[in-house]
Design a protein around this ligand. Structure first.
Ligand code: HEC
Length: 135
């Protein structure tokens, strides 16, 4: 029985050495983790990321903080960011009717300045087109 201990010792050492060894090897991906791709102009990944982004349909629309392209995007941006970010709009999926109500609430309760009627219609059409639960 006592003889068993030295015979077990070597396999045990080998078993525990495996995971330990794997940890001491440097992970080539570790350098890239923890920071956004393309953040560093000297990053070899920058060119690849830029290429991958090039085909995205809304890439050019970043000037309006990521609002989807389309008639009314610019008007919506300037009408609404006076008080809050566009993210509050982007996360909505409400009915067309609810957009009319939200507009009224923004004017009556929050003091939003009403633009001219054409601009109002343009913005409401844009909101209903892009952030509605009905399409
Ligand atoms: C005069 C200031 C003001 C303007 C301009 C304004 N809002 Fe708001 N809006 C607010 C305030 C204040 C809130 C409440 C924010 C909160 O809950 O933190 C709000 C909230 C919202 C919400 C969330 C409503 C909910 O159910 O929680 C939406 C959607 C919204 N606004 C859309 C718009 C849109 C679209 C425009 C442009 C047409 C706009 N807002 C312009 C003041 C404004």
């Amino acid at each position: 029985m006592i003889n068993l201990i030295p015979r077990l010792a070597l396999p045990l050492m080998l078993l525990t050495a495996g995971p330990t060894l794997a940890h001491t090897l440097p992970d080539p991906m570790e350098i890239l983790s923890g920071r956004p791709a393309g953040a560093d102009p000297h990053d070899p990944m920058t060119a690849i990321v830029a290429k991958a982004d090039a085909g995205k349909p809304q890439a050019a629309e970043q000037e309006f903080d990521g609002l989807p392209a389309g008639a009314g995007a610019e008007e919506t941006y300037y009408q609404c960011v006076a008080c809050h970010s566009v993210q509050i709009i982007q996360q909505q999926r409400v009915t067309d009717h609810r957009w009319d109500e939200l507009w009224r609430w923004m004017v009556e309760a929050q003091g939003m300045a009403e633009p001219d009627p054409e601009t109002k219609e343009l913005i409401l059409a844009y909101l209903k087109q892009n952030f509605s639960s009905q399409r």
